[in-house]
Design a protein around this ligand. Sequence first.
Ligand SMILES: [Zn+2]
Length: 337
Amino acid sequence: MQPSLYDLGVSSLEPSAPLEVPPCPVCEETRATPRFAVQDSERRIVICCGCGLGSLHPMPDAREVASFYPDEYYGPPGTKFRGLVEGLVRLVGSRHARFLSRGLRPAARVLDVGCGRGVFLEALLDRGFEVHGFETSESATRGADPRARFRIASNLASADYAPASFDEVIIWHVLEHLVDPAGTLAEIRRLLRPDGRLVVAVPNFSSFQARWAGPDWFHLDPPRHLYHFPLDGLIQLLRRTGFAPQSTHHFSLRQNPFGWVQSALNRSPRLPRNGLYVLLHQRGPDEPAPFDAATRLRLRLAYLLGMPVGLGLSVLETWLRSGGSVHVVARPEALTA
Ligand SMILES: [Zn+2]
């Protein structure tokens, strides 16, 4: 069975000379500085000398990327987390749906790119929108709400959606997983109506959370996260691909308190890397609980005691405009050509 990859260690590298790398998708710079080493791998996380974008180097090809997402990655059909946490994720999903549906016309067409099991889809369907989901893997959508319309293809352009056919496109914590983030944004630009909007969420590589945690940052998630966007880099990429950013949001109840807690726990050599995330992840019925009983107890205690602190830090980072993850609302720029 494919290892979960969540426990891959990451360590800081001594400063060294820049490497020659493929052109940066944000600024086209071809030099980058090695920052982190990934355990059991030749790969490094390197930092673009032009814009500060982090990327995995060398970049895996599409076939290798697909191997990072075994069926178990998505959990048993319809759920990804265990018990109470799944309930919380769904509650937060419906809160997000309120944000995502603000200002949309009744029965608007919404596309969720990388929709997974469709937490947003369900909440948006309940609000009466025509909801579409795109995924690269059939197993990701298993158990999702059958009212949504799904297309599965190796990339968004191959899904063959009609141009200017959506009022809103959501790409939520997906861009950092893609081999070609610029191409995907350009395709989204093509699919949006001229008065449509894009909502894009990513972990924020320039946040306090990322800088404080360094190699222990939960969202480094190698090798699945191919890119690490500083907020300015994301804005620059949106502009390059034909969008006018409208607003940036730094608070995410779903991502940011947990990001603080898991990153803090990753600093402890006595705890398994990303152990809390693995413990909260849904398991198959005959799959044993991970770790020994004492470690599980330590992780659960850390969760209970840590989440209020994580929530406080998330409020503070929001106030300082440095969310550990961010989401940006952008409109298509009028085409001049
Ligand atoms: Zn760059």
